[in-house]
Design a protein around this ligand. Structure first.
Ligand code: GAL
Length: 417
């Protein structure tokens, strides 16, 4: 008996035989969810599909932010062999759609009413030319700080409310002999901190002018110089072994009490949860001081590549429908650290940080302060993003001072546009 037949018979036996799943092949999924917390979240998706009789063919490409995954994807597509579904961010989705590489999800989107429930900021990436081309699985946000609560309690440090408080807190931690800031020296991680730092230095309008509109005046301004100075302050509070460290190992330093803080997107929460920690008891989550009221977001979406085979198409449709179901959005995002990609999912199952994230996402969308993450491909296309990465990382590693960094930023962005 073929595997597929066996699977279908199994599905019948368990009473989960649906019209779509009946035809569906396995899905081959390219993604970069390889840390403990990410893998736990991915299992929610695998199990969901397996429950419908759809098998999972895993194609993980490690590397936070997905740069390596995107390189692998390009090679697969060039070889004429795209995966069924690909984890993808922001402008990358639009670029692949513009190449005509993505399939059309309008049928499933119409049947499930996506138009009414997916926030406009996400539809801007999930639709191309008016057609649905990807299924958003979550909304992450980058301007968060994760803190070890017992270190702060022991040192009598209150949750920092301003940038200056934050700096004072880092100094106090360091004086106690611990690492103040857990950081992994990889360009995307420095860029992730830069999202929050630029906001804290300049506010949402400045962030938008610099990273979304690429206004050279904002990019080269005194405010940008101040943002780079703040990065220098952060650099002075990381440990000696930061270079090349993966983000989840930096999270582990906070989890195990080696370090007090990490500035990272809320996928970090997945690591704390995976280690059995509880927000408010073991760890704290708060916005990068000075960035409150603004949410820099990125939404992981599954883009479906053009496939001709009916079984593969059926699998794509079933996967897209699963991803967008309210129950899946709750179950997955509770584990992942993100918040749902639809506006009608109850917050009951979410912990305190998740409830805060959901409320802040809605408030920011209303206030016009929901802004795409530069670091995670939601403010500009990859070429511009990479140009910004280069400058931020070179500066962080001491290649030039803050004033020069702002000048370099103007030039780098101009030549990448
Ligand atoms: C982001 C992605 C998150 C998380 C993170 C670290 O780009 O949106 O889901 O996986 O990278 O790997």
């Amino acid at each position: 008996m073929t595997t597929k037949k066996a699977r279908l018979l199994g599905a019948v036996a368990f009473g989960v035989f649906g019209a779509t799943a009946a035809l569906a092949d396995d899905v081959e999924v390219l993604h970069w969810w390889t840390s403990g917390g990410e893998a736990a979240a991915l299992n929610v998706l695998k199990d969901d599909l397996q429950g419908q009789g759809i098998g999972w063919n895993d194609m993980p490409v490690a590397g936070g932010g997905g740069e390596s995954a995107m390189t692998t994807l390009r090679a697969r597509v060039t070889a004429g062999n795209p995966p069924t579904a690909v984890q993808m961010l922001g402008f990358d989705i639009q670029d692949w759609a513009a190449e005509g590489a993505l399939g059309n999800l309008d049928d499933v989107a119409a049947a499930e009413g996506w138009d009414a429930v997916v926030p406009a900021a996400l539809q801007a990436f999930a639709k191309y030319d008016g057609h649905w081309i990807s299924a958003p699985v979550n909304v992450h946000s980058t301007n968060w700080v994760w803190a070890n609560k017992s270190i702060l309690d022991e040192l009598g440090i209150a949750q920092p409310a301003t940038w200056d408080d934050f700096v004072a807190a880092m100094e106090a931690v360091e004086a106690s002999g611990r690492v103040a800031l857990a950081h992994g020296g990889q360009a995307w991680q420095e860029a992730t901190m830069f999202d929050g730092v630029v906001l804290s230095a300049g506010g949402p309008e400045f962030y938008k002018a610099a990273f979304v509109d690429l206004d050279p005046e904002a990019l080269g301004s005194d405010t940008m110089v101040e943002a780079f100075r703040r990065m220098e302050t952060l650099r002075s509070h990381v440990d000696d072994n930061f270079s090349g460290r993966d983000w989840n190992l930096a999270s582990a330093m906070v989890i195990n009490g080696e370090a007090a803080f990490q500035i990272m997107g809320d996928w970090a929460k997945g690591e704390f949860l995976n280690a059995g920690q509880v927000p408010g008891e073991d760890f704290l989550c708060f916005r990068v001081p000075g960035s409150e009221g603004t949410v820099t977001f990125n939404s992981d979406q599954f883009a479906m590549f053009n496939v001709t085979d009916d079984g593969a198409r059926a699998a794509q449709g079933a996967m897209a429908a699963s991803i967008m179901s309210p129950s899946f959005q709750s179950a997955f995002n509770v584990v992942k650290g993100s918040v749902p990609a639809r506006t009608d999912v109850p917050n009951d199952a979410f912990d305190a940080c998740g409830k805060q994230g959901m409320a802040e996402l809605a408030a920011a969308a209303d206030a016009g302060t929901l802004l795409g993450s530069m670091a995670h491909g939601h403010a500009n296309r990859a070429a511009v993003k990479n140009a910004i990465y280069d400058v931020v990382t070179a500066h962080f590693n001491g290649e030039f001072d803050a004033t020069t960094a702002a000048e370099e930023l103007v030039n780098a962005v101009e030549s990448a546009m």
